[in-house]
Structure formats: structure tokens, C-alpha cells
Design a protein around this ligand. Structure first.
Ligand SMILES: Nc1ncnc2c1ncn2[C@@H]1O[C@H](COP(=O)(O)OP(=O)(O)OP(=O)(O)O)[C@@H](O)[C@H]1O
Length: 607
């Protein structure tokens, strides 16, 4: 038997390894099973080039548990190691890796490192008092047994093993009893090894799916294959809307399938995240720096051996490959959306309710995406008849909806039912009003006005239809100056609880007699105040700002002005103003009660 001391400068390497990786002990399974997979794949390669002779036979990997003997064993039928190789790879290479790791990260914040550094073979010592390796090389060499109890001392001797491959026997330590339970092992295998490319057995059952969809060619997959794979990843979810198969081999390697899940109004807290793999080994579902932020709402799998997995978070952020991957994913997602939009616009429109959230969020946060998404971002007409891209809307409205500065005015409604009167008014003028009613829309509108220089958004109830598109057209009124003044004075006394500005205009006799509008700027400030900080509360506490536009050309005002009964005149005026406020949802509490009582009085002829 050969005894030796592992050539390592740090005497007590194990306590430090244990400390560093304390919170994620279960990765030892990932590391050791991946090594077993590597050994198997290497054998296949050697066989294919004729270096390994004969039939390879069954190449499956087995994990076995012996609770009584307190061991967990990982067995493969891969290339195995000769005595020289054990000495080279386990005593030198693996240890030097561990040492390098320690030198690099000594004194750093541990949380930065945990989970992003695979210590390979030596992670076995996180859970073991002693590790025994029994291995026989595919070459004609005797089998060997290597044993180490976590001190730098090891033993190496010949062993009785006739079949090719390696058994790693972990003698589980007292603190790691959890790994002597079959359920625990099974769940770790499921998490990390579910898609490894070699069959893996635990307790007589194959636990993995060796050729998951993302490793295949898109042309070999049907829609059902993609949907089935989604189900395998997220068994409880509704079917996805779309998917994108990523397949890149230059300038980096990356494959994967990203799914657009069905998400509606809110940013749901994500539990089913994108999973990151490296050569089919699960690494993490914390993909924050690799996937652009707006795509964090997607689900699926990304697999890349080029993402530096064994390093800390802060390093990942600055890594040029990661940046490239990030950009590439953005581009691919945009291209795919554009392709669906071009080839299957109807389906795209039907799914917009779900898709819109990603697209708008992406346009707000990523300028590269914005550039592409302008072509497929769509808005639906409030009457449900048409969908427009920005360019289509521009074409359809060019003649009418340009303001005096030459900007395109996009008229929108946040609540088509409640704002119905305003929409009708705008439509009567030939304007097109689109729906922008989801929770991202308020922020989206603000952002797009900054990014689209020649576009101005105006909510349909922000002004009377005549003024929605500010063209400075002069309008004639049938009233004389005195009559206008009188109306102004009558209406100025109305509007309980709101800050009122009154204007008298000569509009079409068919238009409403009085219209209450809320200036776009103030309303936006108030909307934002509902969700933001100290400046928000400043705006939130301001009274509602309302512009009351009195249509002097409406016949009712001739009657009101001619009414000799001052009380009656005032009541009629108040009712007209209240009706206008009601349509804006601004008539509340006492003001609403007064309105109802006054209406009953007027209807029953009391004065
Ligand atoms: N089951 C095995 N069969 C054959 N060789 C093995 C096996 N496990 C480990 N080895 C050898 O020991 C070496 C060291 O393993 P270790 O896991 O520490 O590092 P690695 O696999 O090279 O890198 P990583 O840090 O990514 O795991 C391997 O490169 C391989 O040559």
C-alpha cells in the first residue's frame, strides 16, 4: 500500500471548504454525478475514435444508499483511472483546484461565492468523514483503491474490481445525516441531475431524462414536444403562449428554450424561473445577470458551458461573455416576436393581452429591444375593430391627429366603459382612440413620450374632443359676451370638492352641454402619486383639478339664461355640472347625495 500526503500548502483545507460551502452542501451530488457523466462521455469519445476497444455495454450511472453502513456510493462505468491517474487527478489536480479557490476567495464575503463555485471532487468532503474511491481504468491496468479521511494523508492500494469504471464511496459524517435519507437524495438528484445525458438510476428507478428538448434540433421538434417539455419543467402551469428555441455556437455556446407564460395584469411573483444549465447539469435558477431583466418573466432553460459558473456574482456582472449572452437573448426574443407578428398576426393580436406586458416592459427598459419592438408593439382601437402598430396608427390618423407642433397625438382610454362618452366624442371628430388599460401603461406612456420624440399621448377625457388635438382652431359661439360671462359666473359656483376652472366655448350644438375634463399632466401626477414617495403625497393631497367646458351653442343655455327664477337657474346649472363630474367619477359623498336630491326636486317640479 502506498501512503502519502497530498501536496497542499494549507494544512487544514477541509474546515475551510466546509465553511465556505456550508449553505449548499447538496451540490456534492451535482459535482460527483457530473464527474461520473464526464467519465462516461470521455469513454464514448475514445471508443468512437477507436482508442477504447470492444463493446461499451451498459453505461448507466447508479447512486446507492446504505443507511446502515452510512454510505452513499456513486458508480459509473466510464473511463476509470489507473493508479498514476488517481495520483495525478485526485491528489494533485483536484487539490490544486481547491487551493486555488481558497487563495482567491480567502477573506471575501462568503455569500458572494456560495453556490457559484463547484469544488469538484473535493466537495465530497463537505458531507463525509472519509471518501473511498475504487476505480478500474478502461486501459489494461489493475484496479485501485484510494482513501482519504479529510486530512492531507491518503492511502492508495490495489483493489479487487473487475469491471471498468469508478465507485465513489462517501462515508457520511454525523452532521450530514440528511443524506442518508432516500427522499433527500432523490430530491437533490431531481434538482441537479434531471437532464444529465447519461441514464442515472437511484433505487432501481431512472431519475433523469437524458435528451431534453433543448438539446435537439428545432426542426426535429413538434409543437407538442415543446409543450410537453414545458409541462415537464412546470407541471402545474397553463400551457405557454410561445416559445423560442435558442441555438448559438458563435461567439459563444448557448442552447435553450424560453417560454412566454400566461401572465396577465400583474408582475406575478416568480416562482417558476428560468433555469440555467451547464452541459445539462443544473446550476441555478438565479439568472439575474445572464438574462435581461425584462425577460425574467420568461420561463424555460438556458444551457451554456461558456457562462463562468465557478465564480462569484460580482465577477459575473462584469464578464464580457455574460454581456454578449444577454444581448443575444434580447435580440433573439425580439426577432422571434417579429417573426410571429409578420407570419401570424392574428394569433399575435389574440395573445397581446399576455404578451403586451413583456413587450412594453422590454421597450421601457432596453433600448435595443425598443428599436426592434416598435415594429410589433400594437395598440387596439377602443371599438375593438383594429390593431395598430405605431406606424399604422400614424398613417391612419395623420390627417387629423397632428397638433400644432407637428406631433402625432395618440388618444388613449384607460377605461373604455367609463370613458365611453369621451370616446364617442373623439370618434365623432374622426379620431381614433386606443386602449391602454393595463398597469404598465401609465409608466409606458411616460417613457415612450421621452423615447418617441414626435409622439404625444393624450387620454381621451383630458379635454373636450375639440381640444384633444391642440390645433388652435378658432370656434364661433352663438352667445354674446354678457351671456358668456353670466354662464361662467353660474358655473363657477358649482363643483363641490374639486378645483374648478370654467370656460365657455362654442361647440357643436349636438355636443354635450357641459364636459368635465382633467388636464393630462395633473391626472398623471395624481396617478403616479398613488404609487410613489414623498413628492407623490404632495400631488395626492391636491384637490382634483377639473376643467369645465360649457358648450355655449347647446340650446339648453338659451333656456337657462332666459329663466327668470334665480334659484331654479342655479339648480339647473349645478345639475349640469354634476352630470359632467359624474361622468369623470368625481362626484362623491355629500356632493353626490345633493345631486340626487336636487334631481328629484327638479323632476317633481319643485323649485
Ligand atoms: N468518476 C470519475 N471517473 C474518472 N475520472 C474522474 C472521476 N471523478 C473525477 N475524475 C478525475 O479527477 C479530476 C478532478 O475532478 P474534479 O471534479 O475535482 O475536477 P474537474 O471535474 O476537472 O472540474 P470541476 O471543478 O468542474 O468538477 C477530473 O478531471 C477527472 O480526471
Amino acid at each position: 500500500m502506498q501512503k502519502g500526503s497530498i501536496r497542499v500548502q494549507t494544512e487544514n483545507i477541509f474546515p475551510i471548504i466546509k465553511k465556505f460551502l456550508y449553505s449548499e452542501h447538496d451540490i456534492f451530488i451535482r459535482e460527483l454525478v457530473s464527474n461520473a457523466v464526464d467519465a462516461t462521455q470521455k469513454l464514448k469519445t475514445l471508443s468512437s475514435i477507436g482508442e477504447a476497444k470492444g463493446e461499451l455495454g451498459d453505461l448507466s450511472i447508479t447512486i446507492s444508499l446504505d443507511s446502515a453502513a452510512r454510505t452513499v456510493t456513486i458508480s459509473d462505468k466510464g473511463i476509470g483511472m489507473t493508479a498514476e491517474e488517481v495520483d495525478k487527478y485526485l491528489n494533485q489536480v483536484a487539490f490544486s483546484g481547491a487551493e486555488e479557490f481558497l487563495n482567491k476567495y480567502k477573506g471575501q464575503n462568503e455569500n458572494n461565492i456560495i453556490g457559484h463555485f463547484g469544488l469538484g471532487f473535493y466537495s465530497a468532503f463537505m458531507v463525509s468523514d472519509k471518501v473511498t474511491v475504487v476505480t478500474k481504468s478502461f486501459r489494461d491496468a489493475p484496479a485501485v483503491r484510494w482513501e482519504c479521511d479529510g486530512s492531507p494523508e491518503f492511502t492508495l492500494e490495489e483493489a479487487e474490481k473487475t469491471d471498468r469504471g469508478t465507485d465513489i464511496i462517501l462515508h457520511i459524517n454525523d452532521e450530514s445525516n440528511e443524506f442518508l435519507e432516500a427522499d433527500r437524495i432523490k430530491s437533490v438528484l431531481n434538482r441537479f441531475c434531471h437532464f444529465l445525458p447519461v441514464p442515472i438510476f437511484f433505487e432501481g428507478e431512472q431519475i433523469n431524462h437524458p435528451s431534453p428538448a433543448w438539446t435537439k434540433k428545432p426542426s426535429d421538434l413538434t409543437a407538442t414536444d415543446y409543450q410537453d417539455f414545458y409541462k415537464e419543467l412546470y407541471p402545474y402551469n397553463e400551457p405557454p403562449l410561445f416559445w423560442i428555441h435558442l441555438n448559438v455556437d458563435y461567439p459563444f455556446n448557448l442552447t435553450g428554450i424560453l417560454y412566454f407564460p400566461k401572465i396577465k395584469q400583474s408582475f406575478e411573483i416568480q416562482k417558476d424561473k428560468i433555469q440555467l444549465y451547464s452541459n445539462q447539469v443544473f446550476v441555478t435558477d438565479e439568472v439575474k445577470d445572464i438574462v435581461p431583466e425584462f425577460l425574467m418573466l420568461l420561463q424555460g432553460v438556458i444551457d451554456s458551458p461558456d457562462i463562468p459558473l465557478n465564480v462569484s456574482r460580482s465577477y459575473l456582472q462584469g464578464d464580457p461573455n455574460v454581456k454578449k449572452i444577454n444581448n443575444h437573448i434580447t435580440k433573439k426574443v425580439a426577432d422571434k416576436l417579429e417573426e410571429i407578428f409578420q407570419n401570424n398576426r392574428k394569433e399575435f393580436e389574440e395573445k397581446w393581452e399576455n404578451l403586451g406586458l413583456f413587450v412594453k416592459y422590454g421597450m421601457m427598459t432596453d433600448d435595443k429591444f425598443l428599436e426592434k419592438a416598435e415594429k410589433f408593439h400594437i395598440m387596439q382601437d377602443t371599438d375593438g375593430s383594429a390593431w395598430y402598430t405605431l406606424e399604422e396608427y400614424r398613417k391612419a390618423t395623420e390627417a387629423l391627429q397632428k397638433n400644432k407642433e407637428g406631433k402625432l397625438v395618440i388618444l388613449y382610454s384607460t377605461e373604455p366603459v367609463q370613458q365611453n362618452g369621451f370616446i364617442k366624442g373623439a370618434n365623432a371628430k374622426g379620431y381614433k382612440v386606443v386602449k391602454l388599460e393595463t398597469i404598465v401603461d401609465a409608466a409606458f406612456i411616460n417613457q415612450m413620450e421621452m423615447k418617441w420624440n414626435d409622439v404625444h399621448f393624450v387620454r381621451v377625457d383630458a379635454d373636450i374632443a375639440d381640444n384633444l388635438v391642440d390645433k388652435q382652431d378658432a370656434v364661433a359661439s352663438v352667445l354674446n359676451q354678457d351671456q358668456e360671462e353670466k354662464l361662467k359666473q353660474l358655473f363657477s359656483q358649482t363643483g363641490e370638492g374639486v378645483h374648478l376652472t370654467v370656460e365657455v366655448k362654442g361647440l357643436s350644438p349636438d355636443a354635450a352641454p357641459v364636459v368635465a375634463t382633467r388636464p393630462e399632466f395633473m391626472r398623471r401626477m395624481k396617478d403616479m402619486a398613488a404609487v410613489s414617495g414623498p413628492m407623490g403625497s404632495f400631488y395626492a393631497n391636491m384637490p382634483d383639478e377639473v376643467l369645465l367646458t360649457v358648450n355655449g351653442n347647446h340650446s339648453i343655455f338659451q333656456k337657462i339664461l332666459a329663466d327668470g327664477n334665480g334659484v331654479h337657474q342655479e339648480k339647473l346649472t349645478r345639475n349640469l355640472a354634476d352630470l359632467a363630474l359624474l361622468s369623470q367619477g368625481l362626484l362623491k359623498g355629500g356632493a353626490l347625495t345633493n345631486f340626487i336630491e336636487r334631481s328629484v326636486e327638479l323632476i317633481s317640479g319643485e323649485q
